[in-house]
Design a protein around this ligand. Structure first.
Ligand code: GYE
Length: 324
């Protein structure tokens, strides 16, 4: 009966060696005054991305970073090439927000093979293909499933109609926030049978595409009264499309999303948007802190989780000055 709990010396040794190998498999980082640091941004077509890049630039001087920042202009292939060129330039550390979950895996593995500790920031990669503590040090970012769930819970509490007809605008296909924000929202909202998601389509996290997709979906589903966008930029695009079609966001259609941009907080103050769950772009200071802990030999938790606030009509005005 107790055999399951018995471990032979050989098994124990194998486990020890295994743990040691895993611990050793991450490249070490020397403690020094200055670091050559790569930040491979995926695109700069929205305020969130611009705020994130600026956060790294603003942190550089105080953290001793000689920063190389690139912009992949919305192409995962270019982002992989940008990481290649950073490796060739001999960076000490890589901060990488992988645009999509799978295409950036080779970049993560290449940096690992070159002995460069990598921190994934704001988005993650496919956990079956690359792992924190082995292929990269850690993921620094939000709980996207929880963000989607919190939006759904806010809708369930605040929607005052009989039947909620929902259009969902998804983020970039194959990206971790799009996958998880969909899962978190969809799973929670179907628990209340007042709600139905009649369409769910990607707007690539972009304002203009969000507007275009909303225009098309409005024609197919004129009875929509809730729009859930995976980020604020698409929510603002959707508001434009709704207004152009003669609808009144905030009155005959509830618009909800995620991020906490200045335009979204203003839309909440103006009564056009209901809620945005925060997803902070300010990763520079956190990146610095975690990198220094790693260089000091500390074991870094696989997921350095960012805690998110929620912005509604009750507090949007208090936070608009700190928004981006
Ligand atoms: O919500 C969005 C951006 O990856 C968490 O990407 C980030 C998301 C953010 O383009 O606005």
């Amino acid at each position: 009966m107790h055999r399951r709990h018995l471990m032979t010396g050989a098994t124990a040794l194998a486990i020890c060696l295994g743990t040691l190998a895993a611990a050793q498999s991450l490249p070490p980082l020397e403690q020094k005054e200055r670091y050559k640091v790569g930040f491979a941004q995926m695109e700069s077509n929205n305020p969130w991305r611009i705020a994130e890049t600026k956060s790294f630039q603003d942190t550089a001087a105080s953290c001793g970073w000689d920063l190389i920042a690139t912009d992949a202009a919305g192409s995962a292939a270019k982002q992989v090439a940008d990481v290649d060129s950073m490796i060739a330039q001999g960076i000490d550390v890589l901060f990488l927000p992988p645009r999509e979950e799978k295409p950036l895996i080779p970049a993560v593995k290449k940096a690992r093979a070159a002995g460069i500790p990598t921190f994934l920031v704001d988005r993650s990669v496919d956990p079956d293909a690359a792992k924190p503590g082995e292929d990269y040090v850690a993921f620094l970012g939000s709980d996207f499933i929880d963000q989607g769930r919190r939006v759904a819970e806010w809708v369930i509490e605040n929607f005052d109609g009989d039947k909620g007809i929902i259009v969902e605008l998804e983020g970039t296909t194959g990206s971790s926030p799009a996958n998880d924000r969909k899962q978190g929202f969809d799973e929670r909202i179907v628990q209340d049978d007042r709600f139905e998601i009649v369409a769910s389509q990607t707007g690539d996290f972009a304002r203009d595409l969000g507007r275009q997709v909303m225009e098309t979906l409005l024609q197919a589903h004129p009875d929509v009264n809730i729009v859930y966008a995976h980020n604020d930029e698409m929510a603002i695009g959707a508001i434009q499309a709704l207004e152009l079609a003669g609808r009144s966001p905030g009155e005959d259609v509830l618009v909800v999303s995620i991020d906490g941009t200045r335009d979204a907080l203003q839309a909440i103050i103006d009564g056009k948007m209901g809620v945005t769950v925060e997803s902070s772009p300010f990763f520079g200071p956190l990146g610095c802190e975690v990198m220094k802990r790693y260089a000091a030999g500390e074991e870094i938790e696989p997921w350095v989780q960012v805690k998110d606030r929620i912005f509604t009509a009750e507090n949007a005005a208090d936070h608009i000055d700190e928004a981006y």
